[in-house]
Write a protein of this length. Structure first.
Length: 227
């Protein structure tokens, strides 16, 4: 049995029908319970790796070749239907600028409930949904007031915490954080990273932490992959 939750072999990513290569021949592993940092300059392909892992690269015009092995399956080869059983449930992502992507006409509770119902096969009662929403908010150090608020009523740090709660809704095994603290002041950034670390230990999950900030990589990650 492998000690890795995910392994990429000879990964290559390109855009414009393959005419604009970003990188090629990249291989890396992520161990169970590990935090892997992916760092590099803007445009080097950090976010493209996240999109390839979640099989969403094609939506931005990208092409990935090679292998990304997860639980005995090559994520680059499986169908979209198969990926839907993995995406969000087992592998979830907090994308760039996610705190600005919350639906402005939904209270946070409705956003959480809709996310859970959209990605889970389970039939939740109203009470179960409400309980799960409160659990998720507690995990990211938010409470009832924030749960019943609209996004514009929350600070940037609070909205980022909600985005993390959304990604954790179905208890994934691997969480990808793409520039999760960009645009936040240093104190809020430190508080969110502390919260993420607590969640990682409590849920025993693996993390991919994408950032251009080497200071954060050194402080937060077990190992780094530099592009």
């Amino acid at each position: 049995m492998t000690d890795n939750i995910l392994s990429a072999k000879n990964l290559a990513i390109a855009y414009n029908g393959g005419q604009t290569p970003v990188f090629e021949g990249l291989s890396f592993d992520i161990a169970f319970g590990e935090t892997l940092g992916i760092c590099g300059k803007s445009g080097c392909g950090k976010s493209s790796i996240a999109l390839a892992i979640t099989k969403m690269l094609s939506y931005s015009g990208g092409i990935a070749t090679g292998e990304i092995q997860y639980d005995g399956r090559d994520l680059l080869s499986i169908s979209e239907r198969e990926m839907q059983m993995i995406r969000w449930r087992e592998i979830a992502m907090v994308p760039q600028s996610s705190m600005n992507a919350l639906n402005p006409i939904y209270r946070i509770q409705k956003t959480l409930e809709e996310t859970i119902k959209a990605h889970s096969d389970e039939k939740f009662s109203r009470v179960d949904l409400q309980t799960r929403c409160r659990e998720l908010m507690e995990m990211v150090a938010l409470g009832e007031r924030e749960l019943h608020s609209y996004p514009h009523e929350l600070s940037g740090g609070m909205r980022q915490r909600v985005s993390i709660a959304l990604a954790l809704a179905l208890s994934p095994k691997l969480l990808i954080l793409d520039e999760a603290t960009t645009g936040l002041d240093v104190l809020v950034e430190a508080d969110i990273l502390y919260t993420i670390r607590k969640i990682k230990r409590a849920m025993n999950i693996s993390l991919i932490f994408i950032t251009h900030d080497l200071r954060l990589q050194q402080a937060f990650c077990d190992r780094r992959l530099e592009l």
